[in-house]
Design a binder for this molecule. Structure first.
Ligand SMILES: [Fe+2]
Length: 222
C-alpha cells in the first residue's frame, strides 16, 4: 500500500501533476530511471513531468498508475480513494437521482455518478415541511412508511428508502400509485422519501419499543 506523504502538494485540476508523480514515485522508493524503465519511457521524460515541463501522454496513465501501485482515478485525483472509503459507513449512504430518466442510485461514499449524460450531484435532504412529512408505524418486525402527498404524473414521491448499518432498502414508487412502503425494521437508522419536485426528506425513527404511529418522530393519530 502506498503512503501519501505529500498530499497537499498533489492537488490538481484536471490531469495528473508532476508533484503527484514525484510523491508517489518516492513513496514507492523508485528512482526516475526505475520508473521510466517500468513504463518504457526515458528518465528525462519522467524528470520533465515531475518538474512541470510536460505531461505524460494519456496512453501512459494506466501503466503509470500500475507502476506506482495506484488506480488511474487516484493518480488523477491525487487522493487515496482506497483508504478513504475502506471503512465506509452504510448510514452515510448518499442518493443520486437522474432528472431525465428518474434512475435512483445509492452510493456508500463519494463518487462521480452520471446518468443520461448528466453528472448527478448527491442529494442533500431538505428541512421537513407540512407537505412532506414522513409517517411511520412499527408493525411487528416491519416499519410501515407513508406520506400524505400527491402521486400525479408531474408531482409524486419517487422512492422511499430505509438505511441501516447493514444496507439500504429501497422501494421505487410511481405516479398514480400509493405513497407507502414497508421495510424490515431491523437496525434501521434513517428513513428517506424523495419528491420529484421538492427533493429528499429524512426521518430518524426511534430505536426501541413498541411504538404508536409516528409522524416525524412524534406520536400521532392514524
Ligand atoms: Fe412534493
Amino acid at each position: 500500500m502506498v503512503d501519501w506523504p505529500h498530499k497537499e502538494a498533489m492537488v490538481m485540476d484536471n490531469y495528473v501533476t508532476g508533484a503527484a508523480i514525484k510523491s508517489l514515485r518516492e513513496a514507492k522508493r523508485l528512482t526516475q530511471e526505475e520508473l521510466a524503465e517500468r513504463i518504457h519511457v526515458s528518465a528525462k521524460a519522467v524528470s520533465k513531468w515531475e518538474t512541470g515541463k510536460g505531461f505524460p501522454d494519456i496512453s501512459l496513465l494506466e501503466p503509470l498508475a500500475k507502476a506506482l501501485d495506484v488506480s488511474v482515478i487516484e493518480l488523477l485525483s491525487g487522493e487515496d480513494i482506497r483508504n478513504r472509503n475502506r471503512a465506509f459507513n452504510m448510514l452515510k449512504s448518499v442518493f443520486y437521482v437522474c432528472p431525465a430518466c428518474g434512475n435512483v442510485i445509492c452510493a456508500t461514499g463519494e463518487a462521480v455518478i452520471s446518468c443520461c449524460g448528466i453528472v448527478l450531484p448527491p442529494l442533500t435532504h431538505e428541512p421537513t415541511d407540512e407537505s412532506h412529512q414522513i409517517r411511520m408505524e412499527f408493525v411487528e418486525d416491519e416499519i410501515y412508511v407513508s406520506m400524505d402527498h400527491p402521486m400525479t404524473k408531474v408531482h409524486y414521491v419517487s422512492f422511499f428508502a430505509a438505511v441501516s448499518d447493514q444496507g439500504v432498502q429501497m422501494v421505487k414508487l410511481y405516479p398514480e400509485g400509493s405513497a407507502e412502503a414497508r421495510f424490515k425494521r431491523s437496525r434501521v437508522g434513517s428513513l428517506w422519501a424523495c419528491c420529484n419536485r421538492h427533493g429528499l426528506f429524512r426521518l430518524t425513527p426511534p430505536r426501541t419499543g413498541n411504538l404508536p404511529p409516528m409522524r416525524n418522530g412524534k406520536e400521532c393519530a392514524k
